[in-house]
Ligand binder design. Structure first.
Ligand code: ATP
Ligand code: MG
Length: 420
């Protein structure tokens, strides 16, 4: 074969669509009940947007973005994450002048040049939400609760919610110094990525998946113990709110997030299955982001979920996902005259909102019945040459096996008011 889907990408085949539609419908229901409007942004943006917001020292910007110079000489990046574009659109469309906070959600493909593995792709898809314009910890609790409720609505079980506070630009620098000091003491034990992180993005040292680095992480100083007064108060209040809502969570001092713009609250929802590819929902507060991309200081918080990883978990947990509705009728015909009539009858059925597939041209009646069987339709409308003269068809019930002749008008009349 000459061409295949590029490494790290996947075709989404009809048989898998039901999982995606299921997740989407749950997500849309969630956004309706929580009051989140939808926003769609372009697949690519000026590269600077991500460079400045996600952070130059982050894995994403350093080695994962798909960045290219377009024919007009402008540097563009395929979207490596959803939050910065939402904040860009928030500013561009004057949403700071609307009543705050603004609640938005998105579904989008995301591109990262990663090493492909199960649950890790170069093109993946995210559903995410953002609340922009409110710094109160009750909003953090609301967003976390929303992520948790989303997972429950999908029917996933055995998940854990992990929460941490990573401080803000006031208290983080001192914490980072402590962290660097801790890791520098045994820098020879660090993996090569972490040696770079020690210089460029020390917070990320904490979530390295290598066993040696992990061991050092568990001994590392904790960000939640180095918070300034304002961050401490926010953190205490958030935990009090989470207790009020009554969702179970665990504080993990090694939870940081991959992007530079996070402040204070960070959280993840992880399935029981261990491994670096397992997080299905990740989020946090980003109070500095809007300002970083040129707006006035505006707080924000959100989460993003990975569609592919949710599908993986739905399959793994054998969650019962409803089948996609399919046409219930096949219209079979033999001979040219009959085919003309079949085409017309099928069109009229669909016009009444009833799903109908035309049997394959050139196949025998038996062949078309076999086709009906393999498609799993409930009924076959047989249009035969001799019946045509009297405007009759035969309706065959594929579930029960019987069949009866009837006028076309009666067939169509019986469909009135029925919607598949
Ligand atoms: P990880 O630590 O797994 O690399 P991340 O911190 O880079 O995740 P986010 O940027 O928070 O992930 O993205 C939100 C969600 O998108 C993740 O929780 C995960 O479910 C999903 N995700 C991230 N990267 C990928 C990928 N390469 N392939 C598939 N899903 C992904
Ligand atoms: Mg990543």
């Amino acid at each position: 074969m000459q061409y295949r889907a590029p490494r790290g990408t996947a075709d989404l085949l009809p048989a898998d669509q039901k999982y995606w539609r299921y997740i989407e419908s749950k997500a849309l229901g969630l956004c309706r009940t929580y009051g989140f409007g939808r926003l769609d942004t372009p697949v690519f943006e000026n590269a600077g947007l991500f460079l400045r917001s996600v952070g130059e020292g982050t894995d994403i910007v350093e080695k994962e973005t798909y960045t290219f110079e377009d024919r007009g000489g402008e540097w563009m990046s395929l979207r490596p994450e959803g939050t910065a574009p939402v904040c860009r659109a928030y500013l561009e469309h004057g949403m700071q002048n609307r009543p705050q906070p603004v609640r938005l959600h998105y579904f989008c493909p995301v591109f990262r040049y990663e090493r492909p593995q199960a649950g890790r792709y170069r093109e993946h898809h995210q559903f995410g939400v953002e609340v922009i314009g409110d710094a109160d910890p009750s909003v953090d609790a609301e967003v976390i609760e929303m992520g948790w409720a989303f997972m429950a609505s999908l029917g996933l079980s055995g998940l854990s919610l992990v929460v941490n506070s990573i401080g803000d630009p006031d208290c983080r620098p001192a914490y980072i110094d402590q962290l660097k000091e801790h890791y520098s003491r045994h820098s020879e034990r660090l993996c090569s990525d972490c040696r770079t992180r020690l210089e460029r993005n020390p917070l990320r040292l904490l979530d390295c998946k290598q066993p040696g680095c992990q061991a050092m992480g568990s001994e590392a100083p904790r960000s939640s113990e180095c918070l300034c007064d304002a961050c401490q108060e926010h953190w205490d209040q958030l935990q009090a709110y989470l207790a009020i809502i009554g969702i179970p969570y665990r504080v993990d001092h090694r939870l940081v997030r991959g992007l530079d713009y996070y402040t204070r609250t960070v959280f993840e929802i992880q399935p029981a299955e261990e491994g670096g590819q397992s997080t299905i929902c990740g989020g946090g507060r980003y109070d500095g982001l809007v300002e970083q991309i040129g707006g006035k200081a505006t707080p924000g918080i959100g989460f993003a979920t990975g569609m592919e990883r949710m599908v993986l978990n739905l399959k793994r947990q054998e969650v019962d996902v409803p089948d996609e509705p399919a046409p219930r009728y096949l219209v079979a015909s033999t001979g040219q005259e009959a085919r003309n009539a079949a085409l017309d009858i099928a069109a009229k059925m669909r016009g009444r909102g009833v799903g109908a597939i035309l049997g394959g041209a050139g196949r025998s009646l038996r062949g078309q019945l076999r086709q009906a069987n393999s498609l799993g339709v409930d009924y076959v409308v047989i249009v035969g040459e001799d019946e045509l003269a009297s405007n009759q068809v035969t309706l065959r019930n594929m579930l029960e096996g019987g069949q009866e002749p009837m006028p076309v008008d009666r067939l169509l009349g019986g469909l009135e008011g029925r919607r598949d």
